[in-house]
Design a protein around this ligand. Structure first.
Ligand code: 4NP
Length: 148
């Protein structure tokens, strides 16, 4: 039985904090005992709150991610978490090159292995709903699959 999940994107300010928030809400809804956290492979945004679009789309779906602060993944995380979940192919490759073996790609759980597009480069709020839908569908499927 899965006890802990770490969602990993590049900056830990747009996609993975959203996945963490969606996962925590679903874990609570299902009364499961899984610790869900998130981190970034990069260091640029350490200590920052999630990007405005991610906070807004989460809030529209009843999830508050405003308290999250970005952090960078460490070697210890690779051992500490049962499962690492990469948001795109680059995140997956970066985790593997750090030596992670317990890593999957979020898009493989309902979107044919697609990358979750990076909203950091979106122009405005358009696109966040699509990213949210992808993250929600795949995160719920992943948790269902690992908590059977
Ligand atoms: P995230 O988005 O990986 O979904 O948090 C990004 C945040 C920052 C940068 C890239 C992506 N950046 O290049 O600074």
């Amino acid at each position: 039985m899965l006890k802990s999940i770490l969602f990993v994107c590049l900056g830990n300010i747009c996609r993975s904090p959203l996945a963490e928030g969606v996962a925590k809400a679903y874990i609570e809804e299902k009364a499961l005992a899984i610790d869900a956290e998130s981190a970034g492979t990069g260091s640029w945004h350490i200590g920052e709150a999630p990007c405005e679009g991610s906070q807004k789309i989460a809030k529209l779906h009843g999830i508050d991610i405003s308290h999250h602060r970005a952090r960078q993944i460490t070697k210890e995380d690779l051992k500490k978490f049962d499962l690492l979940v990469a948001l795109d192919s680059k995140n997956l490759a970066d985790l593997r090159s750090m030596g992670a073996s317990n890593v999957v790609k979020l898009g493989s759980f309902g979107y044919d292995g697609a990358d979750v597009p990076d909203p950091y480069f979106f122009d405005g709020f358009e696109g966040f709903e699509k990213v949210y839908e992808m993250i929600e569908t795949c995160t719920r499927n992943l948790i269902d699959e690992y908590s059977r």
